[in-house]
Design a binder for this molecule. Sequence first.
Ligand code: HEC
Ligand code: HEC
Length: 373
Amino acid sequence: MQLDLNFVLAAASLLMFVGFLAFFGYLIFHQQSLEPKEKTGAELIEQHYAAGETIEQPTPYYVAPIPAAPDPLEISANLDRKILVGAGMLFAVFALVGGYFFTIFVVRADAHSERWRDKVASQQQLDKSIERGRNLYANFCFDCHGKTGLGSTDPTRKDLPGLPLNKPGFKYDNIQSDPTKLKAVQDLLTLTISRGRAKPPGSISMPAWSDHEGGSLNDEQIQQLVSFIMFGTDQDWADVVTVRQHTSGAEDGHLPLEPNPPKPEVLTGINLGRQLTLNNPQAACVSCHSFDPNTPSTLPTAPNLGHYGTQGPLNNENKAKQAAGDSDYLLHWIQNPPAVKPGVVMPAFGTAYGGSLSDDQIRAIIEYLQSLK
Ligand code: HEC
Ligand code: HEC
């Protein structure tokens, strides 16, 4: 059980207070017993025997006077010490009461309406969650997001496919004052980790981790990863490598200490062509054409190429070339359309004409276009 500071302070105050009362009680009692009763001169004479009684008279003898109290000087010296100790205890009580109110009004005020004990409890729970999230990270995310969560922004590992997770925009401290942002970050992290993010062929995707999505982590573990990303300190991130050092694996008995991301699949043929056509910012065929028969082209004058494999060539110039036996008519077209049909808005893509596509790349695109039946 965690000892609540409030409880400790209150108990200590109470003890001090009781001790304080007891001490003064004792002081009064002791002081009284030390000091001889003052004679007022008005004391009644006690008569122990009834009138006419025979009294046995002891043989009188001299009894030396025994001092009723120690030296008065010693009494007063002791008294000073007692007063000093008492005053000290009094101040201790004040200090404890002060400390108690300080925690109530200054420390606890920070907890808003939440009870402090709950806060301590949830802080402990959060710490556990961060720690578990860190361990999960070290096992499952390290290879793509890197040693300290910098992902592709890690200056020592520019080849990492993952995005940075250890970044200011994800940290609770930086966004807690903006509930909208806080919620957005929580959702982004939870959803991305759960469902992953598919990237086009030829690049590395963020895998889906949720066991509802075929992954290997349950909801709680995903929550722990989110906690780690949002609440983890620099030290927590630095500990990732240590966790791997202490996790048994193939290399020297522990897990490898350098991230080893999967290599992107090398695309060839139709797959490369599809990639170059659909996901290539440099030759943005999709900015004009649609390659899906059911979606119109962005530029109305650019034909929908969704059935090009069965319908091409389309314009008269290209038809004529094909009819004349030019089996490379499409290569020439994509290399430099205005040379085939002057005034056409489709720009030259061949590197020889100021474009960005090599002949091999254009041939891969053609292979893809021919596959669109
Ligand atoms: C196989 C490599 C790989 C692994 C393993 C991997 N990721 Fe990723 N992750 C990626 C890639 C690639 C992206 C970027 C996707 C994109 O470009 O949008 C990404 C993106 C993310 C994002 C979104 C970041 C943002 O700013 O949008 C989060 C969050 C994330 N990963 C968390 C994790 C966590 C947590 C793990 C471990 C359980 C993990 N990833 C494991 C490859 C990986
Ligand atoms: C700026 C818009 C634009 C871009 C970008 C563009 N095209 Fe075109 N493309 C057109 C237009 C317009 C036509 C119709 C030309 C005509 O016949 O008048 C066309 C025609 C075509 C044809 C039909 C040729 C035929 O007649 O058989 C093919 C194939 C083609 N484009 C492929 C591509 C590919 C592949 C890319 C990307 C590498 C691309 N286009 C980029 C505008 C564009």
